[in-house]
Design a protein around this ligand. Sequence first.
Ligand SMILES: [Zn+2]
Length: 190
Amino acid sequence: MSEPQVMDLVTYPDPFLNLPTRPVTAEELSAGTAGEWNLAELVERMKTTMYASEGVGLAAPQVRVGLRLFVSDPSKEKTGFFAIFNPVLDNMVGSDLDEEGCLSIPGVRAKVKRYKSLRCSGLDLKGQPISFDCRDLLARICQHENDHLDGILFTSKIGMTARYSAAKRLGELEEEYREAQAALKKKAKK
Ligand SMILES: [Zn+2]
């Protein structure tokens, strides 16, 4: 197999990031395909993309795939990789305020209040159930990535002050997006 290719990241304010995603069915997992996607290849490419962007998590909508899937590696040594389909979070306990960023919102970091610990359950690439208890960073990642699957960005969960500080950068991203869309339209007309 050739090296998995890095995928283009969908960035704010692309409306794709606000769309909810659909679960992957047991049939799709056993066939290894969902729509146009070979699921093993998709996971490999998301892994490559996440590492290339130095992220600790990446959700399918961030690579323009509308499936309930995210990948993560909370370790510094790239030894903790996992992919989870149809994740469900429960047993949420405590609260924790810490800084977050998002590969889809480059240049914005802000403190977000999250549950401190939780259980994350779902399916692996083979369709086998997986479940783990986690806290702190990994619990934060699970909540951030699971939000992506519901079309929710972390910037909608930050306080007024943080929103005020982020406004300038968000405005720049909105401007870049408008320009890129206009360029695409122009290209399409030719
Ligand atoms: Zn994100």
